[in-house]
Write a protein that binds this ligand. Structure first.
Ligand code: PMV
Length: 351
């Protein structure tokens, strides 16, 4: 934490809660939403380990002047984030009435570049939701039995994919039309995973750290009225079913086929939305081609996925790490600004 929690204390009556929460990478993409931040299709992600947001929230009762007093991001006051979080808190006052009573000071920092297509909003909002849930437990003397479910719901209302960052390993969010299981309100840990997938790594090939030209919120909005919307929802349900089965039985090839199909579908949907937009860069395509060639020629066990940005996530099992790192060094490094090596993670931590 770059700013010491002590320096955030509003006065002696205030208390500070701190959590770190990871980013996550979606294998089945949440793309398009309805009503109150509900997804139009179920999604499935892997929680990361080292791409984290650390957040401290100092709070005290102040019913006359509630709200956010400061938001310090990476050691500097950040008015934009302060307004964003204040708007979020006002939007949840019906389900989190404590916001009408509390004066809050927030401080956060990331271990990875902000707005680079790595879901910084997911880790930040998950960390904030954990802090808010813990504050609620302490203020209302609750037993904390439903901590994760509550934190996931609060995170979802801030940024949909953040609800998955509350849980370790592999996480599902959204109602499954085949099994009728799963909730749109909060995410859950995916059970029944073959050991083949329990040591996955994610090397993030950062093609560009520039702020995205079209935000994810705008991308979700453009799915309303998209000519392929109904077909996409059907496809996502089917991919979700097939991927869960592949992860249960340890079918690596089927896993990879779905992974890459989801990534390219997401970007295909962007390219043919109205208006159309493209977040991939020439280097993103060059990397995709290099990955596919190396997979055939060198038999390296790796697949790619892509978030809403130009960066390529290389997904592979730990035992392939040596060959993958050599491949990155030889074929990818000139196309990337940076490479971040991450892996499957354990979820948020109180500190
Ligand atoms: O949670 P949001 O609103 O930032 O949307 C995230 C959308 C994707 O990252 C593209 C896909 C996903 O499921 O994380």
């Amino acid at each position: 934490m770059s700013v010491k929690s002590d320096s955030l204390c509003l006065d002696k009556a205030s208390k500070t809660i701190s959590f770190s929460a990871p980013s996550n990478i979606a294998f089945i993409k949440y793309w398009g939403k309805k009503e109150r931040q509900y997804p139009i299709n179920p999604s499935l992600s892997m929680t990361l380990n080292t791409c984290l947001t650390r957040m401290s929230v100092s709070y005290r009762i102040d019913e006359i002047n509630p709200g956010i007093k400061d938001f310090i991001f990476e050691e500097k006051n950040n008015l934009k984030f302060k307004v964003k979080i204040q708007n979020y808190l006002s939007s949840i006052s019906d389900i989190y009435p404590l916001v009408n009573k509390l004066s809050l000071s927030l401080s956060s920092s990331n271990t990875f570049p902000h707005s680079a297509g790595i879901a910084s909003s997911a880790s930040a909002m998950a960390a904030l939701a954990c802090c808010l849930t813990q504050i609620e437990i302490e203020m209302n003397n609750l037993d904390g039995g439903h901590f994760e479910r509550r934190a996931s719901e609060l995170a979802r209302l801030a940024s949909g994919s953040a609800c998955r960052s509350i849980f370790p390993q592999f996480v599902c969010w959204g109602r499954d039309q085949y099994t009728k299981l799963g909730s749109n309100d909060y995410a859950e840990t995916l059970k029944d995973i073959s050991p083949v997938f329990l040591n996955l790594c994610d090397s993030i090939l950062i093609v560009s750290k520039n702020v995205k030209s079209v935000s994810s919120s705008e991308g979700h909005r453009l799915m309303n009225g998209h000519s392929f919307k109904d077909a996409r929802v059907e496809q996502a349900h089917e991919n979700y079913r097939v991927l869960k089965n592949a992860m249960k039985i340890g079918d690596w090839e089927c896993f990879g086929e779905i992974l890459e199909n989801e990534a390219l579908t997401l970007h295909g949907l962007m390219m043919n939305s109205n208006p159309s937009y493209i977040l991939l860069e020439p280097a993103s395509l060059a990397l995709i081609k290099a990955i596919r060639i190396a997979r055939i020629e060198s038999k390296i066990k790796m697949f790619f996925t892509i978030d809403a940005g130009p960066n390529i996530h290389l997904i592979y099992p730990k035992e392939s790490q040596k060959e993958v790192l050599e491949f990155i060094e030889q074929k990818c490094s000139l196309l990337c600004e940076q490479v971040i090596h991450d892996e499957i993670g354990k979820g948020p931590k109180k500190y």
